[in-house]
Write a protein that binds this ligand. Structure first.
Ligand SMILES: *[C@@H]1O[C@H](CO)[C@@H](O)[C@H](O)[C@H]1NC(C)=O
Length: 877
């Protein structure tokens, strides 16, 4: 039975006064950029899990015009806080007065609450629903406009799609759980959300806290509550007002994505379950024979000797042959990326076979492993090789240790990037202290038993408060599952384990993946002297600054294909632009129809990799004719638009623009886009509308108002903001260029990114709707060597077109690009064109050959000799 409305209102208003604290000593500093006060528990203090601290300091600072930072912590006790050397907190010195900010700040004294509102008076953050602050339980809540939609908060595969459902809990505790498991906590923690109003106005917030937490979205959609197991409240709010502003403001705090090497935008092929190197060699050949682009060959843990990091199985993957394979890849302009796991085999004195394993011995000598609860011995867990110790990324020797291991291994075969997996950290055992009491039988060295714990584990301090906090976060719970959560120690390093500097795993657990990725990226910089490519499964805010991410172990199902669009776009919100999902699906046998459709999605994700699990049927694209054809077409277009995609990656790096986007990020004012999660945009220019259903040969796709051009056929249509049915044969992808854009493309593309970098250019001008005849079409291009760590010389061109002219201007011209612009295609030209001329800066006006067919005007610049770095004005009439 529904409660009468009056009663509901009453319940809601009672519920809005739940602060545990009273405020005293409020004061603004003279610059009015920082407000401070003291908080003390009120008489009605009611922390349900951990007694409130007796005194807290409250600080609000104006981090920028659009960003407030609220910090609540103990002025006396030292508490865990994320060091800024690990996760940036932006520019630490506020310099702007609250009077000049685009938000206001208000508070009440008893009980203490605070609000941040934007200049229009809309709530950005309103803490009135709850504030608790005990040692092991912090709660902070914000009241929301209940008709707003919330996005973000991960990592999670939400069965309901992109919009965070009301009445759901997002648990943040990094865990080795397949992405194919929907509605439960996965590999990463990202306590950041975007709130979008129906009119398209957005704001958001980030709780900079690495402790385990639940984020609870109320049934009524009127409150979002952070329930954290420790740390401090360090809250950033972002006033937007556009969704892309919120994401940029967030990245101005945590850092923008690192610039990827150009080659990493090529297509990657991987699988788990090769029995020998020849299978990998044959796969590379299979791609070449089928003329499907392939840039990067990968090896999963199959190559290792008994699953030991930094070793090769000399019987099936002889290191000399791997070296020859890698050298051949390089000769073909291709690259090699192998996997590395954090667990280093814990060598038993009785094992003759492992006595010379340097990673273990030097790790012990450098004292670099995470310690157990006693803080005396390295913590022992179990992963693929058997008993292992885990590097402690907080240890001052960690970088030197890891770099030396990678360097020695790189000397064997020169890998180009590194894949760091299992870094949540995954552990096949659970317990405070584990020992290998049966070294003859542990490890078993058998695939079918290696994930069963063979160590003897015990809890020496069963009541330890770190391993048993009174508040149980929803670790391992699904949205609708009515079962008990798993303790936070389950199958990972226990919370009581110790890191260098007296840190507890309890506080730093969620940082492991990002810290490993950073150390690995830094190591690759020093080993290779070039830009790094590091793919990591676990992540945390700021991760994009160092590394990329794939969505983990998905399954070969249509639901997982749909999910890939949501997860990739969520990670774009999290500031990780280089992201993709395993194409054709990792777990289970894929099939022809699914694989043909999956590459039509994955070809347009920033990170594009086919990956498959042990024992599953092969799924390289060339295994089926239709899939090979689908891949040639979709990847063929990808390789042609790589100059555009690489430009997007650069803009993400310098400005925090997203590469893959939800439609609402680009068209927030169009409410019909707010729930769209089966399509996505590349930048703000290309709309991808894939078929996501078995046997379907058409798809209903939403097109925001304006003119759209099919990038395969160049056919166009005008949308009034409507659903359009697109006929789509099995081999056909849908990619539409938005009117009002200029798209720099590779003239022919190629089978590797080196082909593309050497290729000449073609510029595609997509004119806007005729109703917008005065409207300009705009685009830009970034070119550099694709690998320097510091981008000091580069080309940045901007293009601007009217219905009769295209202007090319150089914003920066310090890179010597020798490529030509061979053609300009103008789409949407309705008038008959008689002639065209080009005036290259510093040259004479020349006439240009043209062909006009339907509404496509092709201007042939080959004879004129126009360089991509030339400034010019091209006119047609
Ligand atoms: C770092 O490693 C060296 C051995 O290379 C060792 O002597 C030193 O104690 C280690 N540092 C720390 C802080 O453990």
């Amino acid at each position: 039975m529904a409660l009468p409305r009056l009663l509901l209102t009453l319940v809601a208003s009672i519920a809005t006064v739940r602060g545990d604290f009273d405020l005293s000593n409020p004061s603004w500093n003279t610059n009015r950029d920082t407000f401070t006060a003291t908080l003390s528990p009120s008489d009605s203090s009611s922390n349900p899990y951990s007694p409130d601290l007796t005194s807290l300091s409250f600080t609000l600072s104006v981090a920028s015009k659009t960003i407030s930072r609220v910090k609540i912590t103990s002025p006396t006790d030292s508490r865990w806080e994320i060091p800024e050397s690990i996760v940036s907190a932006g520019d630490p010195t506020p310099s702007l007065s609250i009077d000049d900010a685009s938000f206001t700040f208000d508070y009440t004294e008893s009980p203490f609450t605070f609000t941040v509102k934007d200049v229009d008076g809309s709530i950005v953050f309103d803490s009135s629903a709850a504030l608790h602050f005990g040692d092991q339980y912090l709660e902070l809540s914000t009241s929301l406009e209940s008709d707003n939609k919330l996005f973000g908060l991960g990592e999670k595969s939400r069965s309901t799609g992109s919009v965070i459902p009301k009445g759901s809990t997002t648990t943040m505790w990094a865990r080795d759980m397949a992405a194919a498991e929907f509605d439960t906590n996965l590999y990463a923690s990202h306590p950041f959300f975007v709130s979008l109003s129906s009119s398209g106005k957005a704001n958001g917030a980030f709780l900079r806290n690495s402790n385990g937490m639940d984020v609870v979205y109320s049934e009524a959609g009127d409150a979002l509550t952070f329930k954290a197991l420790g740390g401090v409240i360090d809250l950033f709010t972002f006033t937007g007002p556009k969704p892309s502003d919120v994401v940029k403001q967030y990245q101005s705090i945590i850092g923008t994505p690192t610039l990827q090497p150009y080659w990493a935008l090529g297509f990657h092929q991987c699988r788990y379950g090769y029995t020998n190197l020849q299978e990998a060699i044959d796969v590379v050949q299979g791609y070449a024979d089928a003329e499907i682009p392939l840039d990067i060959a990968w090896l999963d843990i199959d190559y290792m000797n008994l699953w030991l990091d930094f070793t090769y199985d000399e019987a099936n993957f002889p290191s000399a042959d791997v070296k020859a394979f890698v050298d051949q890849l390089h000769a073909n302009n291709q690259k090699f990326v192998p996997i590395v796991d954090p667990g280093i085999l814990a060598v038993d004195p009785s094992w003759d076979w492992a006595q010379d394993y340097d990673a273990y011995h030097s790790g012990i000598a450098m004292d670099v492993f995470v310690k157990d609860i006693t803080n005396e011995k390295p913590f022992m867990g179990q992963v693929w090789p058997g008993p292992v110790h885990f590097p402690d990324w907080f240890h001052p020797n960690a970088t030197e240790f890891w770099t030396a291991q990678l360097k020695n291994w790189h000397d064997i075969a020169e890998f180009d990037g590194v894949w760091v997996d299992m870094n949540e950290v995954s552990n096949f055992c659970t317990g405070q202290i584990c020992e290998n009491t049966d070294p003859d039988n542990c490890p078993t060295h058998k695939v079918d038993t290696q994930t069963q714990c063979c160590l003897s584990c015990s809890d020496v301090d069963p009541d330890n408060s770190l391993d048993n906090p009174s508040f149980l976060i929803g670790n391992d719970l699904g949205i609708n599952e009515d079962k008990n959560p798993s303790p936070i120690d389950t199958k990972t390093i226990p919370a009581s384990a110790k890191h260098y500097g007296d840190l507890n795993e309890y506080d730093v657990h969620n940082l492991h993946g990002t810290m490993e990725a950073k150390v690995t990226s830094d190591a690759m910089h020093s080993i290779r002297g070039t830009r790094s490519f590091v793919l990591s499964r676990s992540s945390f805010p700021g991760h994009g600054n160092h590394a990329s991410h794939w969505t983990g172990d998905n399954a070969a199902t249509w639901d997982d294909l749909k999910m890939s669009i949501v997860t990739v776009n969520d990670f774009a919100l999290f500031g990780i632009s280089m992201v993709g999902a395993d194409i054709c699906g990792f777990i289970g046998d894929s099939n022809e129809e699914l694989c043909a459709r999956w590459i039509q999605v994955g070809a347009f994700h920033p990170f594009s990799r086919n990956h498959n699990t042990f024992g599953a049927a092969p799924q390289e694209f060339y295994r089926w004719d239709s899939v090979a054809e689908s891949a040639r077409r979709a990847l063929g277009l990808r390789y042609q638009i790589l100059p555009f995609m690489y430009t997007l990656m650069w803009k993400a790096h310098v400005d925090g623009d997203a590469v893959s986007n939800y439609l609402w990020s680009v068209f927030p004012e169009d409410e019909a886009t707010h729930g769209v999660d089966e399509q996505f945009m590349l930048g703000d220019s290309i709309l991808i509308s894939p078929v996501l259903q078995d046997q379907a040969r058409d798809v209903d796709a939403y097109f925001p108002a304006g003119k759209w051009y099919n990038l395969f056929t160049l056919e166009s249509f005008e949308s009034a903001g409507e659903v359009v049915n697109l006929a789509t044969e099995l081999e056909e992808a849908n990619a539409h260029l938005r009117g009002g854009k200029v798209l720099p493309m590779a003239s022919t593309g190629g089978l590797t990114t080196v082909d593309v970098q050497n290729d000449d250019f073609s510029l595609v001008v997509a004119l806007p709707s005729e109703s917008d005849a005065e409207g300009l079409s705009e685009g830009e291009l970034f070119v550099d060597d694709g690998e320097s760590i510091e981008v000091t010389s580069f080309l940045h061109m901007v293009y601007s077109a009217t219905s009769t002219s295209l202007t090319s201007k150089a914003v920066e011209n310090s890179f010597d690009a020798s490529n030509a612009v061979l053609t300009v295609k103008v789409l949407g030209v309705t008038a008959k064109v008689q002639s065209a001329t080009i005036q290259v800066e510093g040259g004479e006006k020349r006439s240009v050959d043209l062909v006009q067919e339907d509404e496509v005007l092709t201007l042939d610049l080959a004879d004129v000799g126009v360089g991509v770095k030339d400034e010019f004005v091209l006119t047609w009439m």
